[in-house]
Design a protein around this ligand. Structure first.
Ligand SMILES: [Zn+2]
Ligand SMILES: [Zn+2]
Length: 271
């Protein structure tokens, strides 16, 4: 049985899933449990809803815990996006409730004029040099977040590729960023954080992991052993998308123990 560390409910601005539907889906699909990790987008800190929606998510998750807790392990968490944009806001959110797990993510990059989330940016007319600078800044931001901010799980390393390559057909030679990626892995391991294999890009017959296996191999070769899987589902139907594929791939590399969090403490389980 698997634990899904990364899901979004209707308390995220870009998700529609009712928490009860996520729970029913988890029971139907035989999950050990999942973490509700609604978005805390630090670039939106000025919007009062950025904070109150997370308190709503917490309340909803506590309610669901009472309802489903004997059949499912539910973790009430939060996904902090680009904490560097407003570290005080990130701290305020983290301290507001005794979360089970805090995900650390970067969805927007500190490139002047391009600070909005990459999921909503139009990269159509961007040339190679810009894309190179943008990716370099992504890894710099992620490194700074990973080394200075408060989080438990480092999420979806290399996720801008989904947009730059997947949506806009840009070419990115990821090997050129391996030194930067290794620095991020090193700090993740040194701080005893957990490394997410994000399965949101998986199709039933085409596994696609974020990050890819070559980067996972680096993590393992560097001695990293704290791994977790997350589907990043925004609708109930995608709750378990790719999780079994990730587990199978991990087992093939000798990884048989994964991590989830309760009360911000790691819990190990065998797959
Ligand atoms: Zn994310
Ligand atoms: Zn997410």
């Amino acid at each position: 049985m698997l634990f899904n560390i990364h899901t979004h409910s209707e308390h995220s601005h870009d998700a529609q899933a009712k928490l009860d539907d996520l729970c029913e889906q988890a029971l139907k699909e035989g999950l050990l449990g999942f973490a509700v990790t609604d978005h805390c987008d630090c670039e939106c800190a000025a919007d009062p809803k950025a904070f109150t929606s997370l308190l709503d998510s917490w309340d909803d998750c506590r309610r669901a815990k009472a309802l489903y807790g004997d059949r499912l392990t539910l973790a009430c968490g939060v996904e902090i996006g680009e904490a560097l944009y407003d570290p005080a806001f990130a701290r305020r959110v983290i301290e507001a409730r005794p979360w089970d797990v805090v995900l650390g993510s970067v969805h927007a990059v500190r490139v002047p004029g391009w600070e909005a989330p990459f999921s909503i940016m139009d990269f159509t007319d961007c040339g190679e040099a810009f894309i190179r600078d943008y990716m370099r800044q992504y890894f710099d931001d992620l490194y700074e977040m990973a080394s200075t901010e408060d989080y438990d799980v480092l999420c979806h390393l290399t996720v801008p590729l989904r947009y730059l390559c997947g949506k806009y057909g840009k070419r990115v030679e990821i090997e050129g960023y391996y030194p930067a990626i290794e620095e991020i892995l090193r700090v993740c391991i040194a701080r005893d954080k957990t490394f997410e294999i994000n399965t949101s890009g998986c199709a039933p017959d085409a596994p696609h992991f974020i990050p890819d296996e070559a980067i996972l191999d680096k993590y393992l070769a560097m001695g990293g052993r704290n791994l977790t899987v997350g589907s990043d589902a925004h609708v109930a139907e995608r709750l378990t998308n790719g999780l079994e594929q990730a587990a199978e791939m991990l087992r093939s590399k000798g990884v048989t123990v994964l991590t989830y969090y309760l009360n911000r403490r790691p819990v190990k389980y065998t797959i």
